[in-house]
Design a protein around this ligand. Structure first.
Ligand SMILES: [Zn+2]
Ligand SMILES: [Zn+2]
Ligand SMILES: [Zn+2]
Length: 294
C-alpha cells in the first residue's frame, strides 16, 4: 500500500553566529536544499529550505525586529540577517503578509553538514529585473602581483567594495581556494582565498562596514551592514599597548595574521566558481575556542 502519511517533521535549531537570534523550525529531514544563482544568493552562498506553514517556525531568542532586512529587484522577499555578526538567517515573502512563506538559510542550522546535502539549482539569475554590478570607486591596492591583474567586487548593494591584485583567479590559479566548516565560515558560506594584505583594499564608508570579531578576536569578519554580504577577513589593528603585552609567540602569530587579508571570492566580479579547485577545509572547526551552540 502507498504510504500517504505526511512526511514526519524534525525540529531543527539554528542561530546567527553571535547568538543574538535563535530559532527552531520543523522541517522534513533535510537532504535536499535549493541553491539559487541570483546575484544575492550567490554572493551570500545561501542554501534554502522552505517552511511550509509559518507556525512551523518559532523564535527562541531575539525578536523579529532583531534582524536587518534587505530587499532588491522585485522587492518580493525580505532577506534577514543579524546586524551584529552578519549571519543570513531566513527570507520571507512579502507578497502575502497574511501567510508569509519563510525560507531558512540552512547554513544557520546547528550542526548540519551542508556539504553532504543534494542541491536543487534555482535559476534566480534569469528573473527580471537584472542585477547590475557597482563599479569600484576606491583606491587600488598598494602592491601589484607579477603577471597579475586587479579584480574588483562588492557586496550586493555596492556600498562595500573590494579591490584585489592577484594572479588570474581561474583554472590556472595555483594558490589555495577553500570553504571551511567552522562555525562562522559555515554560516557565511565563504569561498576563501588568502592574498597578502598589501594586495587588498576594502573600501566603504565606516558606517557601512560591519566588523564581527569572534574566536581569537584578531581578525574581523567584514560584511555590509545594509545588505549583509560577507566580504573579507581583515586583521585587526591592535593598539600598540596591547601588542606590547603579548608574549613573543603571540606577537609572532599576530604579525603573521596581519600579513594576509583573506577575501571571499563570491563578491568578486568575473569569477566562475566551477573553474576553481575549491578545497573543503575541516581543521578550522577544531581550533580553539570551541564554539558552543545556544
Ligand atoms: Zn548575530
Ligand atoms: Zn536567489
Ligand atoms: Zn551592501
Amino acid at each position: 500500500m502507498v504510504d500517504v502519511s505526511p512526511q514526519s517533521l524534525k525540529t531543527y535549531r539554528g542561530n546567527c553566529h553571535c547568538k543574538l537570534f535563535v530559532y527552531e523550525v520543523e522541517l522534513p529531514i533535510i537532504t535536499t536544499v535549493d541553491e539559487c544563482n541570483c546575484s544575492l544568493c550567490f554572493k551570500r552562498g545561501f542554501l534554502w529550505a522552505v517552511v511550509s506553514t509559518p507556525d512551523q517556525f518559532r523564535i527562541i531568542k531575539g525578536d523579529k525586529n532583531a534582524l536587518t532586512s534587505y530587499s532588491w529587484g522585485s522587492m518580493a522577499r525580505h532577506y534577514k540577517f543579524c546586524p551584529h555578526c552578519g549571519t543570513g538567517v531566513l527570507s520571507r515573502s512579502i507578497i502575502s503578509p497574511a501567510d508569509p512563506s519563510i525560507a531558512i538559510n540552512v547554513h544557520s542550522i546547528q550542526d548540519l553538514d551542508t556539504w553532504s546535502l543534494d542541491r536543487t539549482p534555482i535559476d534566480g539569475a534569469a528573473l527580471d529585473p537584472k542585477y547590475t554590478h557597482t563599479s569600484y570607486t576606491g583606491p587600488l591596492p598598494t602592491e601589484e602581483v607579477d603577471s597579475g591583474k586587479v579584480y574588483t567586487g562588492s557586496c550586493h548593494c555596492g556600498r562595500v567594495q573590494v579591490a584585489l591584485s592577484s594572479k588570474p583567479i581561474d583554472e590556472t590559479f595555483a594558490e589555495p581556494v577553500g570553504e571551511c566548516n567552522c562555525s562562522i565560515c559555515e554560516r557565511n558560506a565563504y569561498v576563501w582565498i588568502w592574498p597578502l594584505s598589501v594586495n587588498v583594499v576594502l573600501h566603504g564608508k565606516e558606517d557601512d562596514v560591519g566588523r564581527y570579531l569572534c574566536g581569537r578576536r584578531v581578525v574581523a569578519k567584514t560584511f555590509c551592514r545594509v545588505c549583509g554580504v560577507p566580504l573579507t577577513n581583515k586583521p585587526v589593528q591592535l593598539p600598540e599597548g596591547q601588542v606590547m603585552g603579548l608574549t613573543d609567540e603571540e606577537r609572532k602569530g599576530y604579525e603573521m595574521i596581519k600579513l594576509t587579508h583573506p577575501v571571499n571570492v563570491r563578491v568578486l566580479e568575473n569569477i566562475h566558481l566551477t573553474k576553481l579547485d575549491v578545497m573543503r577545509l575541516t581543521a578550522g572547526r577544531d581550533l580553539p575556542p570551541t564554539y558552543v551552540n545556544p
